[in-house]
Design a protein around this ligand. Structure first.
Ligand code: GAR
Length: 195
């Protein structure tokens, strides 16, 4: 496997579907002098994703991928990842499931952030389920992507207390703030432990 922590900044592509606060946090991280990454390409499956504005503002190349035909969409993604010499893919609120083909080509090179304490609460509506089950703690997790949903190796995880007065919205907000903090840290850790 190719080295991750060479002298040059690692070429990263961030995939989004919506709001893009995690993308924003990764862009800020990438702009730091000592950052190990450079965000070269932003991919969105949703042409109305608010996060695209962060790409525009920061003059980062972005690509809207129409997912009507998943096979075609993924081929286009692969072509563009190759063209831009992408070494690491960061899913940041990307709501499409990648096929085995992409996951195998970028084996151990795709990270995702998930708003729960994995392996608990894989999939969607995590906060709603956490509240319903009266959990005392929730959290967020950055993990490697493998072919099973939200199941790859955990890189970094943070536990967050659920308050009695919390509802799914207040919880989502608090978890998101922590997500935005840990994604850059997880990338740093991942690169540092994968020489
Ligand atoms: C984040 O909470 C992220 O963990 C979640 O979507 C949100 C995206 O927010 N991702 C998933 O649920 C993936 N299964 P953002 O667009 O502001 O980064």
């Amino acid at each position: 496997m190719e080295k991750l922590n060479g002298n040059k900044k690692l070429a990263v592509s961030v995939f989004i579907s919506g709001r893009g606060t995690n993308l924003k946090s990764l862009i800020e991280f990438s702009k730091k002098k000592k950052s190990p990454i450079k965000i070269v390409l932003i991919i969105s499956n949703n042409k109305s994703a608010k996060g695209i504005n962060y790409a525009k503002k920061n003059k980062i190349k972005f690509l809207i991928i129409n997912y009507k035909n998943k096979k075609k969409a993924e081929n286009k993604i692969l072509i563009n990842l190759k063209k831009n010499k992408i070494k690491l893919v960061c899913l940041a609120g990307f709501m499409k499931i990648l096929s085995k083909k992409i996951i195998n080509i970028y084996k151990n090179r795709i990270l995702n952030i998930h708003p729960s304490l994995l392996p608990k609460y894989k999939g969607l509506n995590t906060h709603q389920r956490v509240i319903k089950n009266k959990e005392k703690f929730t959290g967020c997790t950055v993990h490697l992507v493998n072919s099973k949903l939200d199941s790859g190796k955990i890189i970094l995880q943070k536990k967050i207390k659920v308050f009695k007065k919390d509802n799914e919205y207040s919880l989502a907000k608090r978890v998101l703030e922590v997500e935005n903090l840990i994604y850059p840290r997880a990338i740093k850790k991942f690169i540092g432990t994968n020489p």
